[in-house]
Design a protein around this ligand. Structure first.
Ligand code: SF4
Ligand code: SF4
Ligand code: FES
Length: 225
């Protein structure tokens, strides 16, 4: 069986698509298919990866219009369709080369919002329900999939799903000392401009459920008003 890929290329301000055909190997992921192309057909093909285990978040790409982790996504179900599969870089982030995008906006924004516990209180009992959501938000691997798929992200000042998920975490974490600041950050990030479309929930590979956490942030804001 041959896997047919149509890959968006980008170099020095020019973009185009190249088609490749790769022999299927059992258990093949999109990352291993890209590596096979690089090794055997086009060594200039550029993509990012590190852990190969769904942990580092660096390999996120678009596969047939949906953001996925290349190292986790198996090619077999796509292969059975028999159609050429379109591979593109994440949207809403600047493309550096081929499938590599500039992730720098993410740590930069995290720094701007001081997304770390601002007061380290120890020996605090955390309610299991609260703990569940703290852990869920902490599972975020900063892959950018939700950011790239959110229709609101192009609105200036809209913080976006992954930052709202983090702000929710700090809003409920009893160890956090600046909860009022987190609320203000969420509001200035245009919390209420979220369309509640759930697209971020649907594409998150770690089940962080940013849209659910955004609705919880809204409820907390209403309850405290
Ligand atoms: S639910 Fe809100 S944050 Fe999530 S994708 Fe839709 S608009 Fe973006
Ligand atoms: S919330 Fe999910 S989709 Fe968004 S960056 Fe984190 S892990 Fe990726
Ligand atoms: S290579 Fe680390 S998540 Fe895919």
């Amino acid at each position: 069986m041959q896997l047919k890929l149509r890959i968006r290329r980008h170099k020095e301000g020019k973009s185009w698509y190249d088609s490749f055909s790769v022999p299927y190997e059992e258990g093949m992921t999109f990352l291993s298919a890209l590596q096979k192309i690089k090794e055997t057909q086009d060594e200039t093909l550029t993509f990012r990866h590190f852990c190969r285990a769904g942990i580092c978040g660096t390999c996120a790409i678009y596969i047939n219009g949906f953001p996925k982790l290349a190292c986790k996504e198996q090619v077999l179900p796509y292969l059975l369709d028999g159609e050429e599969i379109t591979i593109e870089p994440l949207k809403n982030l600047r493309v550096i080369k081929d499938l590599v995008v500039d992730h720098e906006v993410i740590p930069k924004k995290m720094k701007e919002l001081s997304l770390w516990i601002s007061e380290n209180k120890e020996n605090i009992n955390i309610d299991p329900e609260v703990s569940k959501y703290i852990e869920s938000s902490a599972d975020c691997i900063l892959c950018g999939a939700c950011h790239s798929y959110c229709p609101q992200i192009l609105e200036e000042d809209y913080a976006g799903p992954l930052f709202f998920a983090k702000l929710y975490r700090f809003s409920v974490d009893p160890r956090e000392g600046k909860k009022q600041l987190r609320k203000l950050q969420a509001l200035s990030g245009r919390l209420y401009h979220c369309l509640s479309c759930n697209k971020c929930n649907n594409v998150c590979p770690k089940e962080v459920e940013p849209a659910t956490l955004i609705r919880k942030l809204m409820l907390m804001d209403v309850d405290s008003a």
